[in-house]
Design a protein around this ligand. Structure first.
Ligand SMILES: Nc1ncnc2c1ncn2[C@@H]1O[C@H](COP(=O)(O)OP(=O)(O)OP(=O)(O)O)[C@@H](O)[C@H]1O
Length: 514
C-alpha cells in the first residue's frame, strides 16, 4: 500500500534531463554521418523527459544551431544554460556551473523533480562531476549512451555519502582533536620526516603526542627506517629541547668500554684511564639519551641501565660517589626485543622500563606513496646542496628510472634510498638520471654469475688490484647478508661468519656501506 503511494508520487514528479553539449553532439547535428544522433539526441529519442536542460560552454552560435536541431528530435521543452568555462577540464568551474544549473532547475520546479544526468556528452571531467553530484548533493539517475548499446542507466555501485563521507568526517574530527590538543602531525619539529603514507602519518602523530611527556620511548624498526630521526624530533618537541641530546650506539662500543662510556671514569680507574671524564648520561643531564641498538647491550650493563632508570643516579668507575641525573631515555632496536626477552637475552624488567611508549616504524616497502615523495625531496636537497659547486648541473630523474626505484625492495630503507640517489647524482654527467644511473647506483657489485665467478680467474700478468677484488667480494656479501636479514645486523653477522654485530659494523664502515 505504502509502496504504491511512493510510486504514484514519483510518477507525479517532473523528470528532468541535464547534460553538457559535447563535440560529438555538435558534429552529429552538422552532418548525418556514421556517428549517429550523438549522445543527447539518442537519449531524448528513446526516453521521455518533462524538460531537457542543456548546458553549453561552446560558442553561442554552435549552441543556438544545436538547440534548433535537437528541437526537431523531441517534443520536450528545452532550456539552455550558456556557461563560461576557462577550459572543459577545469573541475572547479564545471562543478560550480553544474551546481548552479541544478539549483535553478530545483527552484523552477519547486523541488518536485526526478533528476537525470547524462554523462556521455562532454569531457570525462564533466562526467565525473555529474557522478559526484548524483551521489552526494543531488541524487539523480545517471545515464550513458553509445552507438553499440544505446541508452542505459549507468550502474555506479558505490555510495559516496554512506561509504566515504563518514570516514572523511571521522578523519577531520581526529585532525581537529589533534590540533586542539597541540598534536599537529606536521609540527615543526617533525618537518624533517618526509612522509605521505597513512601508516607514517599515524606514527608521526603518535610520536608527537608522547614527545612532551618525559616518559621512556622504545622505537622499533629495520635499519635505516628513521629511528634516530624520530628520536631527535621527539627530543626537539619536548620541554628538554634546549638541553643535550646524546646519541649512543650500544652495538658500536667495545664491551669493556660500555660502562665507562655510559657513566664516565676517574683518572687511573683502569689501565689507559689517563684522565677523568664524565659519561654520556651525566653529559645529557636534563636532556635526552638516545640508546641506539639497545638489543646489543651486554647483560651486566642492562642491570646498570635499569638502576639509572629506577633511581636516576650514576656512579663513575673508580669512585663510590653517586650523582643524580635527570635524563629521558629513548631506546631503539632493529630486533624484535620481546623475542629477545622470551629467549632470555634481554632483561624483562628493563624491557618494560624502556617500552613505556612504543613506536613501530614500518619498513619503506610498506609505506604506500612515501618512496616517490622521498625521491623528489632528496633530489631537491641534492640540487640545493650542489648549487654552489662550480659546473653543477641540476639533476632530474626520468620516469622509468623513478619506476625502477619504486619497484626496488629497499632492504636498507630510507638510508639506502638516499645513498642510491646521491651516488647516482654524483656519477651521472647528464641532467637527467636515467635507468642506467639508478641501476649502477643500486648495484654496487657485479651481478652473481659473471663477476664473482670470474673473480678467481683474472689474469695477474698486467697486475691485479687485490684489495679491490677483496672489496668487491666483501661488498657483495655484506649487502646480500643485510638484505636477506632485512637489515638485522646481528643476524647478518651470524650468517656471514663474523663474530659480532660490532665486527659487521666495522666491515660496513670499512667498505663505505655505513
Ligand atoms: N622519513 C624520512 N625523511 C627524511 N629522511 C629520512 C627519513 N627516514 C630516514 N631518513 C634519513 O635516512 C637516514 C637513516 O635514518 P636513521 O639514522 O634515523 O635510521 P635508523 O633507523 O636510526 O638506522 P639504524 O638502525 O641503521 O641506526 C638518515 O640520513 C635520515 O635522515
Amino acid at each position: 500500500m505504502y509502496l504504491h503511494k511512493i510510486i504514484y508520487m514519483n510518477d507525479l514528479m517532473n523528470t528532468i534531463l541535464a547534460c553538457w553539449i559535447g563535440f560529438t553532439d555538435i558534429k552529429a547535428s552538422k552532418d548525418n554521418s556514421d556517428i549517429g544522433l550523438g549522445p543527447i539526441a539518442q537519449a531524448v529519442a528513446s526516453r521521455e523527459y518533462d524538460e531537457i536542460c542543456l548546458i553549453s560552454d561552446l560558442q553561442s552560435g554552435d549552441t543556438e544551431s544545436y538547440t534548433q536541431w535537437i528541437k526537431s528530435k523531441t517534443k520536450s521543452p528545452i532550456k539552455v544554460y550558456q556557461e563560461k568555462l576557462s577550459g572543459p577540464t577545469v573541475f572547479s568551474e564545471i562543478y560550480e556551473s553544474a551546481v548552479r544549473v541544478v539549483e535553478d532547475i530545483k527552484k523552477r520546479h519547486k523541488e518536485d523533480i526526478n533528476l537525470t544526468f547524462h554523462i556521455s556528452p562532454g569531457t570525462p571531467h564533466m562526467a565525473a562531476v555529474w557522478i559526484i553530484l548524483s551521489k552526494t548533493r543531488f541524487p539523480a539517475e545517471i545515464i550513458e549512451s553509445s552507438l553499440k548499446y544505446g541508452v542505459r542507466t549507468a550502474s555506479i555501485p558505490f555510495d559516496i555519502s554512506a561509504d566515504f563521507i563518514p570516514d572523511l568526517l571521522r578523519k577531520s574530527d581526529r585532525n581537529l582533536e589533534r590540533i586542539a590538543a597541540g598534536f599537529s602531525s606536521d609540527a615543526q619539529e617533525f618537518s624533517d620526516i618526509i612522509h605521505r603514507s597513512d601508516t607514517m602519518t599515524r606514527v608521526v602523530v603518535k610520536a608527537r603526542r608522547i614527545a612532551p611527556r618525559s616518559i621512556p620511548v622504545l622505537i622499533e624498526g629495520e635499519s635505516g627506517t628513521g629511528k634516530e630521526l624520530f628520536a631527535r624530533a621527539i627530543h626537539k618537541a619536548s620541554p628538554r629541547k634546549e638541553k643535550p641530546f646524546v646519541a649512543i650506539n650500544c652495538g658500536a662500543i667495545p664491551v669493556e668500554l660500555v660502562e665507562s662510556e655510559f657513566f664516565g671514569h676517574e683518572k687511573g680507574a683502569f689501565t689507559g684511564a689517563s684522565s677523568s671524564r664524565i659519561g654520556h648520561f651525566e653529559a645529557a643531564h636534563e636532556g635526552t639519551v638516545f640508546l641506539d641498538e639497545i638489543g646489543e647491550l651486554p647483560k651486566d650493563m642492562q642491570v646498570k641501565l635499569l638502576r639509572i632508570l629506577q633511581e636516576g643516579e650514576v656512579k663513575k668507575i673508580g669512585t663510590t660517589i653517586t650523582r643524580k641525573v635527570d635524563v629521558r631515555v629513548i631506546a631503539a632496536t632493529n630486533r624484535n626485543l620481546i623475542e629477545e626477552v622470551a629467549a632470555g637475552s634481554f632483561r624483562n624488567d628493563l624491557f618494560y622500563r624502556l617500552a613505556v611508549a612504543v613506536i613501530k616504524l614500518p619498513p619503506l616497502r610498506e609505506r604506500q606513496g612515501d618512496i616517490s615523495l622521498l625521491i623528489d625531496q632528496f633530489l631537491s636537497r641534492i640540487n640545493q646542496e650542489g648549487v654552489n659547486e662550480p659546473g653543477y648541473r641540476h639533476k632530474k630523474i626520468s620516469a622509468s628510472a623513478k619506476n625502477i626505484m619504486l619497484q626496488h625492495a629497499w632492504p636498507g630503507n630510507v638510508r639506502e634510498l638516499q645513498n642510491t640517489l646521491t651516488r647516482a647524482a654524483v656519477w651521472s654527467l647528464d641532467e637527467v638520471l636515467d635507468d642506467e644511473d639508478i641501476r649502477e647506483a643500486l648495484l654496487q657489485v657485479p651481478e652473481r654469475g659473471h663477476g664473482v665467478e670470474n673473480i678467481l680467474n683474472r689474469s695477474i700478468e698486467q697486475g691485479l688490484d687485490l684489495p679491490q677484488v677483496i672489496k668487491t667480494v666483501a661488498v657483495h656479501y655484506l649487502e646480500r647478508g643485510l638484505s636477506e636479514c632485512h637489515g638485522n645486523k646481528t643476524q647478518a653477522a651470524k650468517k656471514l661468519g663474523l663474530t659480532s654485530y660490532q665486527t659487521l659494523s666495522n666491515w660496513l664502515k670499512k667498505y663505505g656501506l655505513e
